[in-house]
Design a binder for this molecule. Structure first.
Ligand code: NAP
Length: 294
């Protein structure tokens, strides 16, 4: 029989992602002891009520004592402080991983402070919803999605393999790449679409009151899908844009150029060019469906 993957897991930051991972452990690794760490008493009370952890604390250092795995799942802006608090309390040989959406910034905030006697495996489960907090989590959040690990040159392959096994247990496919490559890819697939959604929904809310009620009434025309994305957690997305500034700005430049080209096509009444453009984008949707990522 296979041994337990981790004996004691400390999850620092117990919101959508942290609590979903806890649910996976509860389901697939019931022998694993889970320690939940969050800031607010209200969050910790919810975790207790949902029986998602064996112990709860607001003290990150206390949470990691005795843990063979530490998962950092707070907003990115809290990473440096979390690292400072846990560093002296980490067990020798423990694995520290994270779930942050921008890997360059996650590594910059954690690596200098984490002691050399632990293994650091940066990671990003590319799965989420627009909801936050421990009640929003569910075990199947990760199923059939990708998890990207961005190990450092010095990261022990055995530690990477154990984190890969953890996310595979959650139903994910695991890929490994360099942190800066991850940040460029995610700028395209996630950060720019969110920025566009925030822009469109922001523009609509600036409109006059009469028009606004009609915007809500007829939102199924496309606007509704943007409002779902633009309802994502403001703290998390503030942190993402500040942490992945360069990649996002570079991409935005190209997006602006394409938007201008499309604008010109419409002004010229070039139906053929528009049709060609929309046919190309439709094919991308089909390939996403075929890859089971729809
Ligand atoms: P969330 O639901 O808002 O939960 C955040 C958790 O972190 C809460 O338990 C919060 O505690 C805790 N926290 C916040 N600031 C803290 C601090 N200074 N010290 C200690 N704990 C703190 O967030 P989430 O959506 O799970 O996102 C967490 C991380 O996952 C982020 O880094 C994000 O980039 C990444 N991620 C998110 C998604 C997504 O779609 N949501 C997808 C992939 C990766 P309190 O409740 O006590 O305030």
């Amino acid at each position: 029989m296979r041994g337990v993957l981790f004996q004691r897991v400390a999850i620092i930051g117990f919101g959508l992602i942290g609590s979903s991972l806890a649910r996976v452990l509860r389901r697939d690794s019931p022998e694993t002891r889970i320690v939940a760490c969050a800031r607010r008493a209200e969050t910790l009370a919810t975790v207790k009520r949902l029986a998602l952890a064996d112990a709860t604390t607001d003290d990150a250092a206390a949470a990691v004592a005795g843990a063979d795995l530490v998962v950092i799942a707070t907003p990115l802006s809290a990473y440096a402080e979390v690292a400072r608090r846990i560093a002296p309390a980490l067990e020798d040989g423990a694995i520290v991983t994270d779930v942050g959406s921008v890997k360059g910034a996650a590594i910059a905030a954690l690596q200098p402070t984490l002691p050399k006697r632990v293994h650091f495996v940066p990671g990003h489960p590319v799965a989420g919803t627009e909801h936050s907090g421990p009640e929003a989590g569910f075990a199947d959040l990760f199923r059939d999605r990708w998890c990207i690990l961005t190990p450092l040159p010095e990261t022990a392959p055995a530690a990477v393999a154990r984190i890969a096994a953890l996310w595979e247990m959650a139903g994910m496919r695991v890929a490994t790449m360099a942190a800066d490559h991850h940040d460029k890819v995610l700028a395209v697939t996630s950060h720019l679409p969110h920025l566009i959604a925030y822009t469109i929904v922001g523009t609509a809310t600036e409109l006059g009151q009469d028009l606004q009620s009609e915007v809500v009434a007829y939102s199924a025309g496309g606007f509704r899908d943007f409002t779902r994305i633009a309802a994502s957690d403001p703290v998390m997305w503030r942190d993402i844009f500040l942490s992945n500034r360069e990649a996002v700005l570079e991409l935005l430049q190209r997006f602006n150029e394409d938007l201008t080209a499309l604008q010109r096509t419409i002004r010229r009444g070039d139906g053929e060019a528009l049709h060609e453009w929309f046919t190309r984008t439709r094919a991308i949707r089909r390939s996403i469906i075929e890859a089971r990522q729809a």
